[in-house]
Structures are given as structure tokens and as C-alpha cells.
Design a protein around this ligand. Structure first.
Ligand SMILES: [Zn+2]
Length: 722
């Protein structure tokens, strides 16, 4: 039974936090009075708002996977009253809460629609006389299904009149492919929808690897980033900067059938460039035409920007550019707080420069897979005045400048010996020409953590100071600090004093002091802490985190602090994450599959228990005929490591076991916990055959070393002593 948090009384904002939030709201109000374009753009050409209060799980109708009604408090009227939300963040929340079906643009050949506010991301629909092309089918089955249904209901274009004829993924993040199968729900869940699915080169490999290797830890930390366990309210979750939050339904994936930049889709040569592509030829552009559509789409690959496999899409007939997630109405993440590989701010700015050069003169409409579009406009309403896309160009240029600035300025200071922490303190704001645009504010990424991310990219975790080379771990350090500072009572008093200063730096110091007390409680040999002292430290830490959360303009920081405030008192809460995806397991390469298995080997125990290598040969057969497919590999458990050799290990004469199975049977082993049992069951069911004198002992030995991740590990409190 999940334990309900005991306290429901929200913590009051401090006087200084409330005042700062009010001032930020006033500034936002004044700015919107002068220039209301963001709000005009966010609701422009709205056809219909959402027509349901929530979207529920298809497997468990009790479970809400998306909640429209929860965000009703995010009204412009509430901005000035919200003492617990930074006024600028409130404004961003209001904008991302504008939801429903919107027309983006139209031309003779097609119309472009978006469904926004149905997930973290947007779904874009190109509708033409023969059918629909979907760009980015949201993060889960249920929201994608609901978004397409809204389109059908409001346009009255049925699945017979406008069948889905193609799917495009702009990049390899789950909020852009997870709903793929939901699009085809209207056809009764076909296994293979039989339409082209187009993605940038490298898509599948990266889509899988990001979600498989460190998936459990990222899912846990995503709870902090999106505050999934908190109420949606002015004292709780109020968005995530990039969108309201991420949906929690079933993640699916339909593997691409065509890759832009893959062997079959290479850049168009100059001699084959056509005037119907509108923009002039340039090296490295791709063109793809969906069958029967009769109109071309032009692609610019942007690998290593916001995602390792990503692309911009140009719609020549509509003079419209989709910038994927390369330019949005926020400073994006160079490093996501949920944990990820560091992104390349330099590549990001470079590809934006390229996009401006390629498409900038011929773009009247700009949209992305998050937030609202921008349109060229008639500036002076003079007769005969042409459309001007100056605003779009300014936006793209200033987003580019921002990523360039983050990269270059961090590197400049790195080369003068500054560490990540120091750089983040020196460069708190972008220069005025950049930072005074709402779209460059840090709602999702932040100056602070992005500058540190650039440091991490080039320099790694170590700052070069040997005092930090071999630091004590948190529990041991906590105990030592508490003792050095005169005991827990004294440390909590000092933290209270810092808290009472009612300044951000006071809160930051209090958080550090209290963290030492809370972690010291788990020390074996540290000074014994009385239970009331630890409770007092935790309760004060909840207040400290809450003030830090209420005061932040950055939504993901707010979410992290407020989730920390809940967990420091009540412990880790039940996870609310999307349902694990069998599609992702099915899409792994053998190398990825066995790498994922290898990360769950209990290395120390395996090395101790199995002093000689255990060799398993895997031979793959067709699930239907049982004939060998020619695919083979070897896995060897040695020294606590599961080593994978594609095609079979040439040095092995006699494996300890030869395992014959279909790829489908291999997938099933990983689809539910208990690998060893699943394997033995599959052998009993004759889905797998085993050869070798001691084959059963060998497989039991190898699979017996596999452990399960702990999906609810504590973060703001120590692991309990075991
Ligand atoms: Zn996204």
C-alpha cells in the first residue's frame, strides 16, 4: 500500500520570497502589456480546446496519465496573487497551458495542424487530400491516441477520408516517439501499420541506448525533474518549462523504415535540386516525399544538438520550418537534471547558424515540437507592405547566440582555472540583449547548470584540486562535519539562523548544513544523533527546500526542490512513471541487449563465486520454422564482467552451454523481472533449447548473478544501513 504523505498544509513562502515573486509577476505583467505576442501566438488559430478533463491509461482506466484539469490555476489572473510561484515561471506556465487543436498554416497542397498541451511535446499533423503525415506522436500511446481523436472530431475528417500515411520522428527522445502506436489505435492496433516511418540517421540506436542503460536511475531522477508525485497547485507542480509535464502512459516505438542520412537517403546533388524546394541548393540537404503526397519535405540533419540524432524539417510549399527541439521558448538543457550524457552547446549553435543560412530567407512560419509557433507579420499595415519574418530571424539568431555564449564563456573561464561552481556564480545572467527575451530565460535549462555542463563536457567531474580527488562519501562526511561543528543540535541551530536570514544564499547554506546532519544519521561510527535532532533537521530542510523551490524561475529546479521537501520528511514516494516498453526491448541490437544485461551483473559476487569463465553461445533461430537465422553471439562471464562477442567468440572451443532461441524468445526473457526464472520457464516451454553437459548449471550460474535495480532509491536522505 502506498503511504500517503501526512502533511497537506503547504509551507508558507518567506516574506522575501513572496515579495520577489510578486515583483517578477509585476515585471511580467508590464512586459505583456507592451508586447502580447507570445500569448497571441500561443492561442492563434485555435480550433478547439481539450474536450476531456483527463486522459487515462488503456491498461488501467483508474490511472490518469494526463491531467488537463489540474492546471486550471495557471490563469494570467492568478499571476499577481501567486506568492509561491515566480512571476516569470507563472507566465511560462500560463503559455504552456494553452492547449488543444490549432491550425499552424496552410498552402494549396496541405494544411498544418498542431495538438498542443496533450503531453510534454506537440504533435504536428500535415493534412492533405490523400491523408495525414504525423510529426512526433507525443510520449505515450494514450496521449497520442487522444490527440489524433481531437483532430478527427474537430475537423470531421475520418480515418477513411484521411488515413495516416506516414510518421516522422524529429529526434530520438521518448516524448517524440513514445506515442507511435497510439496513432494507429484507430485501426485496431496493427502490429505493422505499413506506412513509412522516417527518422534521422542514428535514431533507433540512440532512442534505445538512452532509455536502456541508465533508464531506472533516470526514471527515478525524472520524478524530481517533473515533480510527478506533487499536487498540481500554486504550492506544488506548476509545469516544467518545456511543457506542463511528461505523460505517464504506455511508451511504444515503431522502428523507422527510412533514415534521412541513411544509405538510401543521401543528400541531394546540385544538379538534381528543384525550384519547388523553394530554398537554394546547399550541400548536405535531403529531400523526402511520402508516397502519394505529391509534395516534398526538405531535411537538415542536426546531430549532437539537443539530441544525438535530430533533424529540422522544411515544408517548401508552406514556407514553413520545423526546428524540432533545436529552438524553443526556453533556454534548453545542455545537461538534463534527470541525468543524461552532456550535450554539445557548440554544435547546437553551429547547426542553428546553418539553419538560419539555409532557411532564414524563406521561412514565414516557424514551429517546433514544444511550445507555440511564430509567424511572419505585416509590420506597419501600409498598403502593399510585404510580410516580414524579422521576429522569426531574431528568435533563431538569439537562441543561437545563447548556446554559443554558454559554450564559449564557460570555456574561456575554464582556461583561466575557474571550476564549474565558480563559473556558474560569475555568469549568473545572459547579457541584456539575450537574457531580456522570454525565450532565452532558463525555464527548463538554467545558466547555472548549463555552464557546469559545459565544464563537465570538456573537463569531467574532477576540478583538478586534489582536496576533491578523494572526498569522503556523504554519510561519513556528514558525521565528521557534525562532530567538528559541535554536534547536531548546534548545526541545526546554525541552519535555522541561516534560514532566518531569508536570503537565497542563506537557504543554500542551510541546505548544505542540514544535509550533513541528515546523512550523519546513517553513520555507524559517527556521533550518535538523537531521533528528535534528525527530525528537526528534516523538517527544517523541508522548509529550506520549499523556499528555494518557490523562488525559482526555473521549473525543473522548483520541481527538484519541492520534491526534495516532500521526500526529506516522508521518504521516497511511489514512482509515477510511464509504463516500461516492450517495444524498446524489441528494438535493441544484440549488443545493446547484452550490454543492458551486463549492467545488472553483481560484479563483486560474480567475480568471487565464478573464478573460471562461463561461456554461453547464443544461436538464433526463426520463431516460425526453427531454422537457424545465421545470427550468433557469445557471452562470457569472467571476472565479474559479462563480455559480449558479436558473431561468436573465435577463441572458444567448447562453450559451457549452447542456447538456441528466437529473437522473440530472447526479448520475452527481459519483459518481466526474474531473468533466471524466465529463462528456465522458456526452456521448460521448449521455446529455448539448451546443449552442453552442464548447460543448466552454466546458465543458472550466469543468470544467478543478475540483480534488479532499486527504482525507489532515496536521494535527499541516506540509504538505510543494511
Ligand atoms: Zn522533447
Amino acid at each position: 500500500m502506498p503511504v500517503e504523505p501526512e502533511y497537506t498544509e503547504p509551507i508558507e513562502p518567506s516574506a522575501a520570497v513572496a515579495e520577489a515573486n510578486r515583483k517578477a509577476a509585476e515585471a511580467a505583467n508590464a512586459a505583456d502589456e507592451k508586447d502580447g505576442k507570445d500569448f497571441a501566438d500561443a492561442s492563434r488559430f485555435q480550433i478547439a480546446p481539450p474536450d476531456v478533463p483527463v486522459i487515462t491509461s488503456r491498461k488501467d482506466p483508474e490511472k490518469v496519465v494526463w491531467d488537463f484539469a489540474g492546471y486550471e490555476f495557471l490563469e494570467p489572473d492568478g499571476r499577481s496573487q501567486a506568492r509561491t510561484i515566480n512571476g516569470s515561471l507563472h507566465r511560462q506556465g500560463e503559455l504552456t497551458a494553452v492547449s488543444g487543436l490549432f491550425q499552424v498554416t496552410s498552402c494549396r497542397e496541405y494544411r498544418v495542424y498542431q495538438v498542443r498541451g496533450y503531453d510534454l511535446s506537440n504533435m504536428t499533423i500535415i493534412e492533405y487530400d490523400q491523408g495525414l503525415i504525423i510529426i512526433d506522436p507525443l510520449a505515450c500511446y494514450e496521449t497520442a491516441q487522444a490527440a489524433l481523436k481531437l483532430f478527427r472530431d474537430k475537423t470531421e475528417l475520418t480515418k477513411e477520408q484521411r488515413p495516416v500515411k506516414g510518421l516522422l520522428y524529429t529526434h530520438c527522445h521518448v516524448d517524440h516517439f513514445g506515442g507511435a502506436r497510439g496513432i494507429f489505435a484507430e485501426l485496431g492496433d496493427p502490429l505493422e501499420p505499413g506506412v513509412p516511418v522516417v527518422a534521422p540517421a542514428g535514431f533507433l540506436e540512440h532512442a534505445v541506448s538512452e532509455n536502456v542503460y541508465a533508464g531506472p536511475a533516470m526514471a527515478r531522477r525524472a520524478q524530481y525533474m517533473y515533480a510527478a508525485q506533487l499536487d498540481k497547485s500554486p504550492t506544488g507542480q506548476c509545469g516544467s518549462g518545456l511543457g506542463l509535464t511528461i505523460s505517464t502512459g504506455e511508451v511504444t516505438l515503431i522502428p523507422p523504415t527510412a533514415y534521412i542520412g541513411g544509405p538510401d537517403h543521401q543528400p541531394v546533388e546540385k544538379k538534381n535540386w528543384q525550384s519547388s524546394y523553394v530554398i537554394p541548393w546547399r550541400q548536405g540537404l535531403y529531400v523526402y516525399e511520402f508516397k502519394d503526397s505529391g509534395f516534398p519535405l526538405v531535411f537538415q540533419l542536426t546531430p549532437g544538438t539537443e539530441a544525438p540524432a535530430e533533424m529540422n524539417i522544411y515544408l517548401p510549399d508552406a514556407r514553413t520550418l520545423c526546428v524540432a527541439e533545436n529552438a524553443t521558448h526556453t533556454m534548453h538543457n545542455i545537461l538534463s537534471l534527470r541525468g543524461a550524457q552532456v550535450r554539445d552547446a557548440h554544435a547546437w549553435s553551429k547547426y542553428l547558424t546553418e539553419a538560419i543560412q539555409i532557411f532564414g530567407k524563406d521561412t514565414d512560419v516557424l514551429f517546433a515540437s514544444h511550445h507555440w509557433p511564430m509567424w511572419a507579420e505585416v509590420e506597419n499595415e501600409e498598403p502593399g507592405e510585404q510580410l516580414s519574418n524579422a521576429r522569426i530571424l531574431e528568435f533563431l539568431n538569439k537562441q543561437r547566440d545563447m548556446y554559443g555564449y554558454l559554450n564559449d564563456q564557460s570555456l574561456r573561464l575554464i582556461n583561466s582555472g575557474h571550476t564549474g561552481i565558480e563559473i556558474a556564480e560569475q555568469l549568473k545572467e545572459l547579457p541584456p540583449g539575450l537574457g531580456d527575451h522570454w525565450y532565452n530565460r532558463g525555464y527548463y535549462g538554467s545558466m547555472s547548470h548549463n555552464l557546469k555542463a559545459v565544464y563537465q563536457r570538456y573537463m569531467g567531474w574532477y576540478d583538478g584540486n586534489p582536496a576533491h580527488l578523494w572526498e569522503l562519501p556523504p554519510v561519513q562526511a556528514g558525521a565528521a562535519y557534525v562532530e567538528a561543528m559541535g554536534g547536531a543540535e548546534a548545526v541545526v541551530d546554525k541552519a535555522q539562523h541561516a534560514y532566518d536570514s531569508d536570503t537565497a544564499d542563506g537557504f543554500r547554506w542551510a541546505a548544505e548544513l542540514l544535509n550533513h546532519v541528515i546523512f550523519a544519521a546513517a553513520a555507524e561510527n559517527g556521533s550518535p544523533l538523537a531521533e528528535p535532532q534528525v527530525t528537526r533537521a528534516k523538517e527544517l530542510q523541508a522548509k529550506v527546500f520549499t523556499q528555494l523551490g518557490y523562488g525559482r524561475e526555473n521549473a525543473t529546479w522548483r520541481n527538484a526542490y519541492l520534491t526534495g521537501a516532500q521526500e526529506v520528511v516522508h521518504g521516497p514516494q511511489p514512482l509515477i512513471t510511464s509504463q516500461s516498453s516492450v517495444d524498446l526491448i524489441r528494438s535493441t541490437t544484440l549488443e545493446q541487449y547484452f550490454s543492458a544485461l551486463a549492467r545488472s551483473v553483481d560484479g563483486p559476487t560474480a567475480a568471487e563465486r565464478h573464478r573460471t569463465p562461463i561461456v554461453l553461445d547464443w544461436v538464433f533461430v526463426d520463431a516460425g520454422t526453427g531454422a537457424e537465422t545465421g545470427e550468433k553471439c557469445t557471452t562470457t562471464l569472467r571476472n565479474g564482467v559479462l563480455v559480449f562477442v558479436e558473431g561468436g567468440d573465435r577463441f572458444v572451443v567448447t562453450p559451457d552451454a549452447t542456447i538456441r532461441l528466437s529473437r522473440e524468445a530472447l526479448n520475452e526473457l527481459a519483459e518481466k523481472p526474474g531473468y533466471k526464472n524466465n529463462f528456465n520457464q522458456a526452456v521448460d516451454d521448449k521455446k529455448i533449447t539448451l546443449e552442453g553437459a552442464d548447460a543448466q548449471a552454466a546458465t543458472d550460474a550466469v543468470f544467478g548473478t543478475l540483480t534488479l535495480p532499486d527504482p525507489r532509491f532515496p536521494i535527499v536522505t541516506p540509504r538505510t544501513r543494511s
